[in-house]
Design a protein around this ligand. Structure first.
Ligand code: CA
Length: 412
């Protein structure tokens, strides 16, 4: 069995910009529906998809998928802290990575994943929305929920809080199965019967995705519409680069946004787009150069991203700031220590230990602020790494020392 995919996104007939984003590649599928004023929603959804795309090579099991969703959450939170225009932005995420014989899904918010098997449509995800909760408690019927004035209020999102609760769903697939990932601009405009009918028609997943968008436009097009369609067909997964995570991937990232749509959050949106632009350039090279080039491209993309992120961990019993990601690839650690705090891990309280153990990806500045804020004898609560206003316990940078055989790496 192998998976083929198609994807389409449309601004709809009412909204001025498209705040949905999607990824569709071999072994990675995601729909994110952004929210927040002044184009912040577009930044949030794009950031979420971009993070998944970069971390995909490392995701082969649940814990790593959960961690990459947490990294996406962090990336959005960081951006919204840095730019007041983005404050409060968030996004849904319904994503999946390929695994042997199926998909591993991660889900937050009210975008949806559906499975169409033998002409029967089943919603695989629970809506994390006010009306979704009420339906599950038996207080509303699905029909009432679909027409409810507060149907767009969601109860979980990425980017709005430091911690995010993620639903992980393991989905076995059979040949002939079709999976749809979509934003509420599709599911809210097209009823289940029609959805099943359009999803089941034709063999080309791209044509199916386009037809689904047309159906939502016909249904009113009141919101942004995004559909990612995956079809399980006969064949060897390795033929097309495979469906397993980490396999060769030429992902599509969308939607393509016009310059005019970037407006108030141009800076952040543009930097995301530039990163993607660079990646697209490499993808073109890859068509010419084949599999070897593809591997090189992936390595370069990962290395670029890897050098830009930091996390806090431990080294020889002390708290340390690492540059890179907390993973081992081909037997090589993807991180190195840049600074060691004068604080031993053992004296930290449980909360701070938890922060250290989480290995959350962060910026250099945040990481330094965190480890320099750990006084040598401190056992009391400390500000979280993002506590921008809590600087009272920050020690001067020069007090950070290295221990043992470590040499501080000059940071760039
Ligand atoms: Ca929406």
């Amino acid at each position: 069995m192998r998976l083929i995919h198609g994807a389409a996104s449309h601004v709809g007939l009412v909204r001025k910009q498209n705040e949905d984003s999607f990824v569709a590649g071999e072994g990675l599928y995601a729909v994110c529906d952004g929210m927040g004023g002044a184009r912040a929603g577009e930044v949030a959804s794009e950031t979420a998809c971009q993070t998944l795309l970069f971390l995909q090579p490392y995701v082969t099991e649940e814990a790593e998928l959960r961690r990459s969703v947490a990294a996406a959450n962090d990336a959005i939170v960081e951006k919204s802290i840095r730019d007041p225009r983005l404050f409060g932005m968030g996004t849904t995420m319904t994503a999946a990575v390929g695994r042997e014989g199926g998909l591993l899904l991660a889900h937050v918010g009210d975008s949806r994943a559906y499975l169409l098997r033998d002409a029967t449509l089943r919603q695989v995800t629970d809506d994390h929305s006010l009306v979704g909760e009420m339906v599950r408690r038996g207080q509303l019927t699905p029909e009432q929920a679909a027409a409810h004035p507060h149907r767009s209020v969601i109860t979980r999102a990425l980017g709005t809080e430091r911690e995010v609760e993620v639903d992980l769903i393991d989905l076995d697939l059979q040949e002939g199965d079709r999976v749809l990932f979509c934003s509420d601009g599709l599911s809210g405009m097209v009823d289940d019967d029609r959805l099943a009918e359009v999803l089941g028609q034709g063999e080309d997943p791209q044509a199916v995705a386009d037809a689904l968008v047309r159906a939502a436009l016909k249904g009113g097009g009141e919101d942004n519409i995004t559909a990612v369609v995956v079809i399980a067909i006969a064949g060897d997964a390795s033929e097309s680069g495979g469906t397993a995570a980490g396999a060769a991937a030429v992902p599509r990232f969308g939607p393509e946004r016009r310059e005019a749509e970037t407006g108030g959050t141009r800076g952040a949106a543009m930097s995301a787009r530039r990163a993607l632009g660079r990646m697209r350039g490499r993808v073109v090279v890859l068509f010419a150069g084949g599999a070897v080039a593809l591997l090189l491209v992936l390595v370069v993309a990962v290395a670029l991203f890897n050098s830009s992120v930091y996390f806090v961990g431990t080294r020889d019993g002390r708290v340390a700031l690492y540059n890179g990601m907390p993973y081992v690839l081909f037997g090589r650690e993807l991180s190195h220590v840049v600074e060691v705090a004068p604080t031993s891990y053992a004296v930290l309280d449980a909360y701070v230990k938890g922060r250290v153990d989480a290995h959350e990806l962060t910026s250099k500045e945040e990481g330094q602020r965190f480890i320099r804020g750990l006084a040598p004898s401190t056992t009391t609560s400390l500000p979280a790494p993002t506590g921008r206003s809590s600087t009272t316990s920050t020690l001067p940078g020069s007090t950070a020392t290295t221990v043992g055989p470590l040499t501080p790496v000059p940071s760039t």
